[in-house]
Design a protein around this ligand. Sequence first.
Ligand SMILES: [Zn+2]
Length: 387
Amino acid sequence: MPTSTTTARADLVTPDAGVACRSHLSREPQEPPLANGSHGTAESLATACALVVCIVAHLPHHVMDAAGIRGWGLALVVAVAIVSGARAVARAPFTLARSLHGGPSRATALVRWARSESTTVLVTIVAGAALTLPLYLLLRATPAWWLPAGLLFAAVTVVWQLAMPVVIKAQAGPLSAPPGPLVERLRDLAAKAGVDVPGGVAVAGKPGSRRCNAYVVGFGPARRVVLEQGVAAWPPELVDQVVAHELGHLRMGHSARRLPLTLLAQLATLALAAAVLSFQPLLDWAGVAHIGDPRSYPLLLVAGAVIALPARCLLAWRDRAQERAADRFALTLLGRPDHFAAMLQRVADETGTPRRLTWWRRLTATHPPVDERAAATSSFDLLPTGA
Ligand SMILES: [Zn+2]
């Protein structure tokens, strides 16, 4: 998912407005075998170093001077391309190692890696240019750019929220009718939870799919619980725990309560960014007179990531609190902590969700680690629900 303070996330959708509840089972990063926590951190650090090198070495300046580029639009595209290339080079040792790990022949893996990286760089350039052109238009137009930018981000957030059911369907595959007993169980659970789910339950994905997630999608009478094939195939007592957790999010109106804080955090982050990015010594360091100069692009990325971090941590902290509340709701509703713990173990086994997180990854994690959630069930004592 994208950076939470600058773009919308699946979390932002509003089930109470009848759109979609976030998925809850495996939201934390699932890493390939070679990308364990330390490798992932090293890769992130390498990427950050590449961006800093672009700034310190005034790389965009040199390339643009050598190419004689004048227009700011073309200059921005070139700046995006330079940064994308530098990032790909910095990540190469890690992406290459992953491609060579357990693949077919070395030559085939190399060809695949080169093709994949070329595509990534190309997509990054096109998407980066498309996203940053409007931003640079604002940066160049007014010192109060953060206000219209805030409106723009808010609009993107809401549009993403409305589009989420379509995105989820595209990711999960076609919906199909569930087995009869599952329909009955959902109806009973919803009634017990005091939640209206007029659309009932559906199963997403092709038969035999191993995808394991669950969410609520749809407006008003079309609102329904969706279980992916992997979850729908679990024993009924575990499926009940998943459904009860989702009903908890609905009952407590979590998504609707998340939107105002998200929009506020976005606006505050943009206001802070406007203040920081007008600080002349910082601009001098990057070799630009004004942040609207396209050569500031690598500085914008680095400063943006740092400035957005507090808001990301705040929103993630709120998300984790809501997850714990939904867990408590399910435990209270069903009164079977043993089944809930078994469900969490199954999630960890089948999705590769890390059982523990390092403290720095925990800062921006939307869910508490699986082990922590499981431990909470062992001390469960019919705690009151509420986010
Ligand atoms: Zn959840």
